[in-house]
Design a binder for this molecule. Sequence first.
Ligand code: AMP
Ligand code: ZN
Length: 110
Amino acid sequence: MTDCLFCKIVAGEIPCDKVYEDDDFLAFHDINPKAPVHVLLIPKFHLPTLADADEEDSAMLGSMMNTVRKVAEDLKLDVGYRLVINVREGGGQEVFHIHVHILGGKKLPF
Ligand code: AMP
Ligand code: ZN
């Protein structure tokens, strides 16, 4: 997807503050953090939203959660953290490449 911001980050066309990378996923600091730690985890292939996933994406979605745990361990978020996935416009999604927000670094307000 040539006009997707996060695909451009995966391709190295736009820089990011990377915290984790493997063959399938990339995690980087959010440019506009809403918590002391605010990292975005994305798959390296383009899938616009969680609502566009299907059964064939089950393994990727499970793997994404395992990767969240690895990233959280790397970031030493031992006391806990919050995951947010905004889905489509009504859910506040602005970048249409599926991503998990990993928020932590302080006791988060409800
Ligand atoms: P969402 O509203 O769930 O689509 O979240 C998109 C997130 O991407 C927002 O929290 C933005 O601050 C973040 N963002 C936008 N552009 C960049 C960028 N170039 N590098 C890192 N984070 C970004
Ligand atoms: Zn994309």
